[in-house]
Design a protein around this ligand. Structure first.
Ligand code: ADP
Ligand code: MG
Length: 802
């Protein structure tokens, strides 16, 4: 059945306290019978038993279990063999105290793939009935006496019908009566199975053993079949055998009999009066000569036999034949796919553990919630660094790219828009627009309204519109919400009662540049989180340069003399100047434009000087080419593509928005070093505290883990069990604290204006926080579990047995 060859095992190998606990052990064990490992304490019995039962590993030697040969200790191979073929009985029972008798046993049946309730009931009932334990099926293991617990442990070992039962001092904690009962059961089992029993009690070995292997200092010193006739002292401490005592008094009358027995000579007489009154016996004892009084009633521990005590001998041994095979209908099925402990069970167990936690444990759970609250705070702070609104840093177009190159030429300037990603060259800066306010005492009738960067209306879509509409004609314009809000907040506007977007629309606006004045209409407010104004391109050029744009009036004029303008040329309104052609040169932004023709018009409001838009842009090129770090600014449809295109063309290109964001973040971060330190400390502290809390909860559960592992529950299953528990605890404590804090922060964020500068809660940050919490808890929770499970079941057991 089991063959051991040349097993060697050391503790503390190559250290001063080295113990050669198994010294060249070779053994062949049969498939039935009771083999006893006998030896003094420390001789290596437990170690040998654990090794042959797959709970521990050796440093050298081979073990053959049935057909399987196990050279190097492999926990998964052993898990399988242990599951099916080995039943364990320990000195301290090792039951799972939070489970009932029935559950303790059915667990091991689940482990070998038996889930059929009828099959489970048949086996459990047969065994429990055999042991007189059938009425305790639903009792929690923790509510049983020692002898009862050991019966349940035996039932657990037997239920799966293993080939081998190993039992390590199973009666070590029991009184003599229970010892005898338990040993009788074990003896009965050994009729059909191999039972390997460890004991240091010679009389038990000799009375029950079929074969006795004596160990000393890790070596087998004798190995013989047991032929001794053997008797067993089964006397109970409290039992009284009258025939072994001296009868000193016997009084008999018609109404009563009185007998006095003693186990020793009485030096002084004892005086007792017995009185019967109202069917009650009063015993009046003169206590000077007795130490203690004890009444023997129906249910007392003390039993009185009217005979001599006799040692039990083998012939009188009452062994009930035990045949589990007769009730087994369903054999072991494929166990690999099954999880012994279902998620539902783990949840139930975890919940009970939480509910029944000690006061300290509950303090920890509250601590989890508080830490999670801090994490929510830290994540909100971190998030405020990352998710910054455009409006907190961007004061110009987000499509703006500053472009620069050595030897930047006019042709380069013109060629810049060649790529699709670049929309247009921005040859216009900010423009001032005045509002015509109602006349109010002491107030000017025009008030400066806007002075902002301009962007083309082409960049807007109707999706951006917050109020009003997009421009439809040349002289209509729209502004960003930020610009409007700023205006509405100013005292002068409030003073005259302009307090809504609608009232802004009702105002008249005008823009003046040099001799040029346009009347403008504000028709809409857009929301692009950038303080820009949006108007027709040509209008913007015209206002910026203070001259008319030829393209705006092309259809409304007639050429009178000279030619149409080309390059650095312009047209002049007929009659506005004397003989302009050839003599008139107008500098626009330091570039000279020469009059080449005159025009007439029937339309009103046509500016006196017209220049082509593109030619004006060139003036901008002149202006900025040398004096600025960037040669020119372009507006891009797609900033990223434009950047890489410009880069490929040898330009140094910087996205204005990216740069502003980086500057702003740097500034925020240098201001927020304290915050960042706080975040780091909270995250590290929470990881560390979870690690220690789970570790200490694990220490408290090493017993349970050791039992699971000893019974053959796979490491994966134990991991899953702890994972479930960690997730449950996290969900009920951390998540609760996190949710509560997040909700509070959210409410504050809604109520307090600039709160998001410090702490910002967004859906994404909330989800990220939840993930971080679970990650921290699960990782720091499972590390100690993983560390523990790397040990052999015996090592885990010895960790528990202090
Ligand atoms: P027995 O069961 O016969 O009392 P054990 O097999 O438990 O003996 O122990 C044999 C020897 O090995 C003892 O001296 C014991 O102190 C030592 N020992 C047992 N387990 C360990 C361990 N995990 N680490 C170090 N020494 C151990
Ligand atoms: Mg031992």
């Amino acid at each position: 059945m089991i063959k051991l060859r040349k097993l060697d095992k050391y503790y503390n190998r190559n250290k001063s306290n080295e113990i050669h606990v198994l010294n060249d052990i070779s053994l062949d064990l049969p498939s039935t019978g009771l083999v006893v490992l006998l030896g003094p304490s420390g001789s290596g019995k437990t170690t040998l038993l654990n090794v042959l039962g797959g709970l521990d590993k050796v440093q050298s030697g081979t073990i053959q279990f049935d057909e399987t040969s196990i050279g190097h200790y492999s926990s998964s191979t052993w898990d399988k063999i242990r599951n099916r073929e080995v039943g364990y009985i320990f000195q301290n029972y090792n039951l799972l105290n939070h489970l009932t008798v029935y559950e303790n046993i059915s667990l091991t049946l689940n482990m070998i793939g038996i889930y059929d309730k009828d099959e489970i009931d048949r086996r459990i009932d047969y065994i429990l009935d055999h042991m007189g334990m059938i009425n305790y099926r639903k009792r929690k293991a923790s509510q049983l006496s020692g002898g009862q617990q050991q019966r349940v442990a035996i039932a657990r070992a037997l239920a799966k019908n293993p080939k081998v039962i190993i039992a390590d001092e199973p009666t070590g904690n029991l009184d003599s009566k229970n010892t005898q009962d338990i040993m009788n059961i074990i003896k009965a089992i050994s009729v059909n199975k191999l039972v390997v029993l460890v004991t240091h009690e010679e009389n038990i070995a000799e009375f029950y053993g079929d074969r006795i292997i004596k160990l000393s200092d890790g070596q087998i010193v004798s190995d013989e079949d047991n032929r001794s006739s053997g008797t067993l002292d089964t006397r109970h401490e409290a039992d009284i055998y009258l025939k072994d005592m001296e009868q000193i008094t016997e009084l008999t009358s018609d109404q009563s009999t009185l007998k006095v027995y003693t186990d020793e000579e009485l030096s002084e007489p004892i005086n007792v009066r017995l009185i019967v009154k109202n069917k009650t016996l009063y015993i009046d004892v003169d206590q000077t000569n007795v130490k203690k009084l004890q009444l023997v009633e129906k249910d007392s521990e003390v039993r009185i036999y009217d005979k001599k005590y006799e040692h039990t001998n083998k012939e009188s041994l009452d062994i009930k034949e035990f045949d589990l095979e007769s009730v087994i209908e369903q054999e072991t099925s494929d166990i690999d796919k099954h999880s012994v402990i279902s998620v539902k069970d783990s949840l139930r167990i975890a919940w009970n553990r939480m509910k029944d936690a000690t006061r300290l444990g509950k303090v920890f759970y509250i601590g989890f919630g508080l830490i999670a609250g801090l994490i929510a705070l830290a994540i909100g702070m971190g998030n405020s660094f990352i998710s910054i609104d455009k409006d907190s840093y961007l004061n110009d177009s987000e499509y703006l790219i500053r472009v620069r190159r050595e030897d930047f030429t006019y042709d380069d300037f013109i060629a810049l828009t060649a790529d699709d990603s670049i929309d247009y060259i921005r040859a216009v800066d900010s423009i001032s627009i005045n509002a015509l306010l109602p006349k109010v005492f002491q107030l000017r009738d025009t008030e400066s309204a806007f002075s902002n960067q301009i962007e083309s209306v082409d960049k807007l879509s109707s999706r951006d519109v917050e109020a009003g509409r997009l421009p439809e004609t040349t002289f209509e314009f729209v502004i960003d919400q930020q610009v409007a809000d700023q205006l509405l907040a100013s005292t002068n506007y409030k003073y005259v009662g302009i307090d809504s977007y609608e009232k802004l629309f009702e105002l008249d606006y005008e823009a003046t540049m040099m001799n040029l004045t346009y009347e403008l209409t504000l028709v809409g407010i857009v929301d692009n989180q950038t303080p820009l104004m949006y108007m027709d391109d040509n209008l913007a050029y015209s206002l910026y340069y203070g001259v008319g744009i030829y393209e705006m009036y092309e259809d409304q004029i007639t050429l009178e003399t000279g030619d149409l303008p080309e390059g650095d040329e312009l047209l002049v309104l007929d009659g506005s100047q004397v003989d302009p052609i050839g003599n008139l040169v107008i500098p626009v932004k330091q570039r000279d434009y020469e009059a080449v023709g005159t025009f007439s018009t029937t339309a009103a409001d046509v500016p006196q000087i017209l220049i082509r838009k593109q030619d004006l842009g060139v003036a901008y090129f002149d202006l900025y080419n040398d004096s600025y770090s960037s040669n020119v600014a372009v507006i891009a449809n797609d900033v990223d593509n434009a950047l890489s295109y410009l880069d490929s063309q040898g330009y140094t290109a910087t996205s204005y928005a990216n740069q502003m964001l980086a500057d702003y973040q740097n500034q925020r971060i240098s201001q927020g070093i304290g915050t960042i330190t706080f975040i780091a400390i909270v995250l590290v502290a929470s990881a560390v505290s979870y690690f220690f809390v789970i570790r200490s909860s694990l220490l408290a559960r090493i017993y349970e883990v050791s039992v699971y592992r000893a019974l053959g529950v796979s490491k994966l299953d134990v991991h899953k069990m702890f994972l479930t528990e960690t997730v449950l605890i996290t969900s009920l404590t951390s998540l609760f604290g996190y949710a509560l804090t997040t909700w509070l922060l959210w409410r504050i964020q809604l109520a307090v204006d600039d709160f998001t500068e410090a702490i910002q809660v967004t859906p994404l940050s909330v989800i990220a926080g939840v993930l971080i919490i679970y990650l921290i808890n699960i990782v720091s929770g499972l590390i100690p579990v993983g560390n523990l499970l790397r040990k052999t079941p015996a090592e885990i057991l010895s960790k528990y047995d202090f």
